[in-house]
Write a protein of this length. Structure first.
Length: 196
């Protein structure tokens, strides 16, 4: 399974596998109970490949964090997300030593552990490699950064979702999309210059 085929859906617990997609909706299957449902394009969704977590240095792709968790647990399930907040925090800190706890809350860490355990239960790990040339082209950034693992990780999500409607974010402070947009279609944090 590819990480870009796994979704988090706003207002719904757990993770979902994409079964089919169109311009108007997605057909997904819950990793919790296996139920299938149709998700309209108006619902906020995020591919796991577009999610990062705050650290004291730079935002770390969720893919890298899940990979580290998989190595630490040797491919087995982690502690339960229903463990005490301190146990969950200690486990996550043992995987990601520099989490920014001012912006990453206990609820975010519980969600991370739950997601990881769902992926292990589904035998989805390790993730299959993404097709970097799915769109028929590769960005200049990724061409110039093949020797740098860090740089290629940053660019790994640029062309992996050709058949998936654009995700609209998870809505939690510790997880964020790599490119947020305002309702008017402008990138967050940018302002058009005033005319006149």
């Amino acid at each position: 399974m590819k990480i870009s085929d796994v979704l988090a859906i706003s207002g719904k617990p757990g993770l979902f596998k994409i079964l089919a997609s169109s311009t108007k909706n997605l057909v997904v299957e819950s990793m919790i109970d296996g139920k299938r449902s149709s998700i309209p394009g108006s619902i906020r969704v995020s591919s796991l490949s577009d999610i990062t977590m705050y650290t004291l240095k730079e935002d770390v792709p969720l893919k890298d964090i899940i990979h580290s968790m998989h190595e630490k647990t040797k491919g087995k399930a982690a502690i339960s997300h229903n463990s005490s907040p301190q146990e969950v925090k200690d486990f996550c800190d043992s995987v990601i030593s520099d989490l920014d706890h001012d912006r990453v809350y206990a609820s975010d860490l519980r969600k991370l552990v739950q997601w990881y355990n769902l992926l292990v239960a589904q035998k989805a790990l390790p993730f299959e490699p993404e097709d970097k040339e799915k769109d028929g082209k590769e960005s200049d950034d990724s061409k110039n950064s093949k020797d740098s693992k860090k740089s290629s990780t940053k660019n790994a999500t640029k062309s992996t979702k050709a058949n998936i409607p654009k995700p609209k974010g998870v809505g939690k402070s510790a997880v964020k999309k790599t490119a947020k947009k305002t309702p008017k279609g402008k990138t967050s944090g940018t302002h058009a210059p005033k005319k006149g």
